[in-house]
Design a protein around this ligand. Structure first.
Ligand code: NAD
Length: 289
């Protein structure tokens, strides 16, 4: 089996895959590859597939398949698999990190110290304890966040049309979630239904001063409506790891909006997660031996 590792996986992976055949990271060998491993960087397009006549399997190390043209793969008889279960804890911990950093004003406090300003009197923190968290999308990652937020003493609400019961969150309508939440964290995939779901109308139904966290997909949010809500203070802060592209275009409104805490799409990039993704890739290839 000829395996081409196109993107950044854990550095132990080539060694672990050697038992399945020849392993390379040389994109020049695409024409010989039977298995292609991608994360987010490589786009599996019809053009790429044209250069890969022997390809039988694409494995995306991660949750979504946004960078893989599944229809084109299907037409070519190329199977597509991913590793959706690996990343839940890594992404949930980043969502919690954003949700903790914002009310504790950690970036401002840190920057003040660096600049020689001791902001002890100026910085007033708020607590997560006894606040209400609304999770939009309560699948694998949303559920990991739910458990952690409950441990912080938060009341956890969930909106997910495909989930009928949940051990931690009280399931409510989207309207109720928007109206009652002090924090809202987004954990849906990007679909026709979720694209732009958090727009001007949704923002209007939220509490004044709500904090929005997004480790799902950038386009679930209408960036113009959100930038306006940040400027007006209706949304007190936006913590995000996700962008319309990696990196976002320079004029993307969120980059210049106030009270935004930004991460460069690192939700899945924990060391432990890269190892877990590697375990999943090995398990997939093991089954096909
Ligand atoms: P999942 O499939 O386990 O959960 C997604 C949930 O969203 C499901 O329960 C589904 O029913 C729900 N959903 C679908 N449409 C909805 C709608 N219209 N309204 C409300 N809920 C809806 O997926 P997951 O593993 O929890 O991952 C969630 C998302 O996180 C992924 O789709 C991906 O976009 C994102 N993600 C981001 C990173 C990152 O690096 N920041 C990494 C991995 C995944």
């Amino acid at each position: 089996m000829k395996i081409l590792i196109a993107d950044a996986f854990d550095k132990s992976l080539p060694g672990r895959l050697a038992k399945f055949g020849d392993v390379t990271d040389d994109m020049g060998k695409l024409g010989e590859a039977e298995v292609l491993l991608v994360r987010s960087k490589t786009k599996v397009t019809p053009e790429l597939l044209e250069g890969a006549p022997k390809l039988k399997l694409v494995i995306r190390g991660g949750v979504g398949l946004d960078n893989v043209d599944r229809a084109a793969c299907k037409a070519r008889g190329v199977e597509v698999l991913n590793t959706p279960e690996a990343s839940s804890v890594a992404v949930a911990e980043l969502a919690m990190a954003l949700m903790i950093a914002i009310p504790n004003r950690l970036v401002e406090a840190h920057n003040g110290m660096k600049e020689g300003r001791f902001l002890k009197k100026e910085i007033k923190r708020t607590e997560l304890y006894q606040k209400t968290l609304g999770l939009v999308g309560i699948g694998r990652i949303g559920s990991e966040v739910a458990r952690r937020a409950a441990a912080f003493g938060m009341t956890v609400l969930g909106y997910d049309p495909f989930v009928k019961e949940h051990p931690v969150a009280r399931l409510v309508s989207l309207d109720e979630l928007l109206a009652k939440s002090d924090y809202i964290s987004l954990h849906t995939p990007l679909t026709d239904e979720t694209r732009g779901m958090i727009g001007a109308a949704a923002v209007a139904r939220m509490k004044e001063g709500v904090v929005l966290i997004n480790t799902g997909r950038a386009k679930v949010v209408d960036e113009n409506a959100l930038a306006e809500a940040l400027r007006s203070g209706k949304v007190a802060a936006y913590g995000t790891d996700v962008w319309p592209s990696d990196p976002p275009p320079p004029g993307y409104p969120i980059l210049s909006a106030p009270n935004v805490l930004m991460a460069p799409h690192i939700g899945a990039s924990s060391r432990e997660n890269l190892l877990r993704i590697g375990d999943c890739v090995v398990a997939i290839l093991e089954k096909r031996k």
